[in-house]
Design a protein around this ligand. Structure first.
Ligand SMILES: *[C@@H]1O[C@H](CO)[C@@H](O)[C@H](O)[C@H]1NC(C)=O
Ligand SMILES: *[C@@H]1O[C@H](CO)[C@@H](O)[C@H](O)[C@H]1NC(C)=O
Ligand SMILES: *[C@@H]1O[C@H](CO)[C@@H](O)[C@H](O)[C@H]1NC(C)=O
Ligand SMILES: *[C@@H]1O[C@H](CO)[C@@H](O)[C@H](O)[C@H]1NC(C)=O
Ligand SMILES: *[C@@H]1O[C@H](CO)[C@@H](O)[C@H](O)[C@H]1NC(C)=O
Length: 323
């Protein structure tokens, strides 16, 4: 045993994978994907009876007069492990074959955060979102996806990212996304997921870890959505949708005069009305040219196309607040 160990020590610096052309060693399987702490094994076979073994930081092995040796570890924990099967033949040649071991560890935690806390967000501004993946290995096989979930549950991918980094040990990594919300993102959730895809030899389907999601509130300036021309039946009211967050205040103007909009329009109320909406984020105005048609029967199209009888009754409320 002593002599073999000595021999091995002398030979080790010379061992390189496939040093000699005639190296008959076959390692099976050629590669392993092993979870940290899990058992692992591989076989090495030679086509002649020989002195052979495995050189590795875990599961070292050597024997004489054999054709096959198995490398076996009950719990693989050395991130740097690079097992090599070697043979020392009587005619003086020596050769080695490497076993490619990929060790992995699923993240302890995946979370998403703003770089600097900011809720509510403001439409059009840019925010840095970070997705932090803790204690993951190997980082090279990780794909991080930022996505949003709308209030109706629809998912949209915002960004996917991979790192080209050969570190084998577990790392903490932070991925970032510049996000610029629009008013429709209000109420949506922002999330990220981390997928470890180790290929066909890895776990199937590739494990995915989801972050908790950030609820978003998006503040935005008032926006009007009604046509510039409205035909309204006599006795009806005017409606115009305005959206904004926070809730905008609305002022009605006619000929430069502030007024309370008439709830039951008369023929002489026809004319141009200007609405001014204001909130913390901004100000908007919109002018509506109103034509009053004789009698309710002559109702034309208005910006509330669905202005059914039920709505008409409620038209005392002149503005529908929408978020
Ligand atoms: C190694 O060989 C033994 C028998 O020779 C076999 O039972 C075992 O499945 C093999 N292991 C691998 C990892 O191929
Ligand atoms: C990753 O972060 C966690 C929590 O901050 C820490 O406990 C751990 O040591 C870090 N791991 C590495 C590899 O830096
Ligand atoms: C985010 O909103 C969801 C429902 O939309 C709610 O269940 C959850 O508690 C909210 N999370 C936070 C942190 O406010
Ligand atoms: C309303 O405005 C339109 C367009 O500026 C103009 O043509 C029209 O004469 C105005 N109507 C009244 C009643 O002032
Ligand atoms: C309406 O907005 C325009 C620009 O969008 C501005 O020039 C105009 O002065 C505004 N009118 C009022 C009454 O605020």
């Amino acid at each position: 045993m002593y002599t073999h160990t000595l021999l091995l020590l002398l030979l080790l610096p010379l061992l390189k994978p496939g040093v000699c052309e005639s190296c008959s060693l076959v390692v099976s399987p050629a590669g392993l994907v092993v979870k940290y702490g899990a058992p692992a094994s591989a076989n090495c076979t030679s086509d002649t009876v020989t002195s052979m073994g495995w050189e590795a930081s875990q599961g070292k092995d050597f024997s004489m007069g054999v054709k096959e040796r198995t490398w076996r570890v009950d719990s693989l924990t050395d991130w740097k492990i690079k097992p090599q099967c070697y043979e020392i033949s009587e005619v003086g040649g020596q050769c080695a074959r490497a076993l490619d071991v990929t060790m992995y560890k699923l993240p302890d935690r995946v979370y998403i955060r703003y770089l600097s806390h900011s809720d509510p967000m403001v439409e059009g501004h840019q925010y840095s979102l970070h997705c932090v993946v803790q204690n993951i290995a190997p980082i090279k096989h990780l794909t991080v996806t930022f996505y949003k979930v709308s209030t109706s549950g629809e998912q949209t991918v915002l960004y996917t990212q991979q790192l080209n980094n050969d570190i084998r040990e577990p790392v903490n990594e932070s991925f970032s996304l510049q996000f610029s919300p629009t008013s429709v993102d209000g109420g949506a959730q922002l999330c990220c997921s981390a997928m470890l895809d180790l290929g066909p030899e890895g776990p199937q389907p590739p494990p995915v870890m989801e972050s908790e999601c950030l609820n978003t509130t998006v503040h935005f300036a008032p926006e009007f959505s009604c046509s510039a021309k409205q035909q309204v039946g006599e006795g009806e009211g005017l409606t115009c949708d305005v959206r904004g967050n926070p809730l905008p205040s609305v002022t009605w103007l006619r000929d430069g005069q502030v007024l309370t909009p008439p709830t039951h329009l008369r023929r002489e109320d026809a004319g141009n009305y200007t609405l001014i909406a204001l909130n913390r984020i901004g100000k908007a105005n919109h002018t509506v040219e109103v034509e009053v048609l004789p009698g309710p029967a002559a109702r034309g199209a208005s910006c509330q196309a669905a202005g059914s009888a039920a709505v008409a009754v409620l038209l005392l409320q002149l503005i529908r607040w929408l978020y």
